[in-house]
Design a protein around this ligand. Structure first.
Ligand code: NIG
Ligand code: FE
Length: 420
């Protein structure tokens, strides 16, 4: 007897895979597998099987209704949960004052230079206890679960001292242990140079390398290492030193690159076999060429380009060249105060001119790759973790990014359990 959870009469099952892939590239990004009038069976927290309703109606497959919970999903779409491979959602307070300053005309870089921006968040984080930080962060976690996210990467980087970076990473670990989300942690000590190291940033890089990385690694607090490799923040040389130290301690690189300038961040990420290079507003032919035939996922963060009014990355060119593309929210208080991945899909379509099929691939299988999870997440495939959401009644999958302001998610299932 099969016990588990059966969804039947599903209007459309989206992003199904018979043969799981680790990512989709180039032209393939505009293809999306779907099953209309389908069913999905979940058992022991995993996707057990799925198919067309006709085999149930004909009696070819039989489910014992005694032990199986049944959801009738008539008219509804079932998607794999979003994978959000780039966030900074552990932070203290908020920065709407800078938002007003930017509306009045100051740029993100000017605000940072005056000691605002990331340093402002670092100050607030320093004054916030670990428990309070956890409380603030868990509300954001609950919010993104409702938005359909099933896996999230979270970075440190508002600590900028050994103790405060550890405080952030411990909060990320508590989230990992207490929430149904799949969580990956990234150490981003090199997010900004703290004010006490102004004029001696080399010494801060030394602190990251000699003190922070060894402790982060010995307490097993991070999966990845990140550097804000961009104009006014960390140079390619700083980045190389930090990545080499991180790799020595078992941390895989994932970089902030080419957001504010042609920083060389993309190339240095590729050189150190980064899992992803993220932002990429400043991407030219040389950067595209360097990414081809590599294992590095180009990841775009249209929420921050939209919020800061930055030029958009040349996504069409990247896809035509054959590259894969992932999209993530960058959820953070300074450049993207939203973790709504459905909105990110809309921005991908509207701003970046990506097709609905392309954005769906970019927020599921490709973003799963960008956080090291594409074997277990990011699609509806047998044996993958049962992280899915059921929509309200909608006419098509294109309707998801199209209806950019509507909440269309009705039921969230994580690790096989109905969450809300
Ligand atoms: O990814 N670009 C660097 N870091 C964040 C912004 C952080 C902040 O402003 O608080 C980002 O956009
Ligand atoms: Fe970021």
């Amino acid at each position: 007897m099969l016990e588990g959870l059966l969804m039947k009469n599903i209007g459309c099952l989206v992003q199904t895979e018979d043969v799981p892939r680790e990512m989709v590239c180039g032209k393939e990004m505009s293809e999306l597998n779907t099953i209309e009038d389908g069913w999905l069976f979940i058992k022991d927290g995993l996707i057990n099987d799925f198919g067309k309703m006709s085999v149930i109606r004909s009696g070819e497959i039989h489910f014992d209704t005694g032990g199986t919970e049944i959801i009738d999903a008539t008219g509804r779409f079932v998607f794999p949960s979003f994978c959000d491979s780039h966030t900074h959602l552990v932070y203290a307070g908020s920065r709407e004052i800078e938002y007003s300053d930017r509306i009045r005309g100051l740029s993100y870089a000017e605000i940072a230079k005056r000691g605002g921006g990331i340093l402002n968040s670092a100050k607030m984080l320093h004054e916030t206890s670990e428990d309070e930080l956890f409380g603030q962060s868990i509300s954001r976690i609950n919010e993104i679960i409702g938005f359909g996210t099933g896996a999230v990467e979270i970075k440190s980087g508002y600590g900028l001292s050994l103790d405060d970076e550890l405080k952030m990473l411990r909060v990320i670990r508590r989230i990992k242990n207490s929430s149904p989300l799949e969580v990956k942690a990234t150490f981003l000590g090199a997010h900004a140079v703290p004010s006490e190291y102004k004029g001696k940033h080399e010494e801060y890089v030394d602190l990251i390398i000699n003190e922070m990385i060894p402790v982060v690694s010995s307490e097993d607090l991070a999966d990845y290492i990140d550097v804000f490799c961009d104009e006014g923040f960390f140079s390619v040389e700083d980045t190389e030193r930090i990545l080499m130290a991180g790799i020595k301690y078992g941390l895989t690189p994932k970089l902030h690159a080419n957001e504010l300038g042609f920083s060389g961040g993309i190339q240095v990420g590729v050189k150190y076999n980064a899992l992803s290079v993220d932002h990429l507003e400043c991407t030219g032919d040389a950067e595209i060429e360097s990414l081809l035939r590599t294992d590095t996922m180009p990841t775009l963060l249209p929420g921050s380009a939209f919020f800061l009014g930055l030029p958009d990355p040349p996504v069409r060119k990247m896809i035509y060249a054959g590259l894969p593309v992932a999209l993530a929210s960058d959820y953070n208080p300074g450049s993207s105060p939203s973790g709504n991945m459905k909105l990110i899909m809309s921005l991908g379509c509207i701003r970046l001119k990506m097709l609905p099929e392309e954005v769906i691939n970019a927020v599921t299988i490709n973003s799963a790759y960008a956080m090291g999870l594409s074997e277990t997440h990011g699609s509806i495939a047998k044996g993958k973790v049962a992280n899915v959401f059921i929509t309200k009644e909608i006419p098509s999958y294109e309707f998801m990014p199209y209806a950019f302001g509507s909440n269309l998610i009705e039921t969230v299932i994580l690790k096989g359990k109905i969450i809300n």
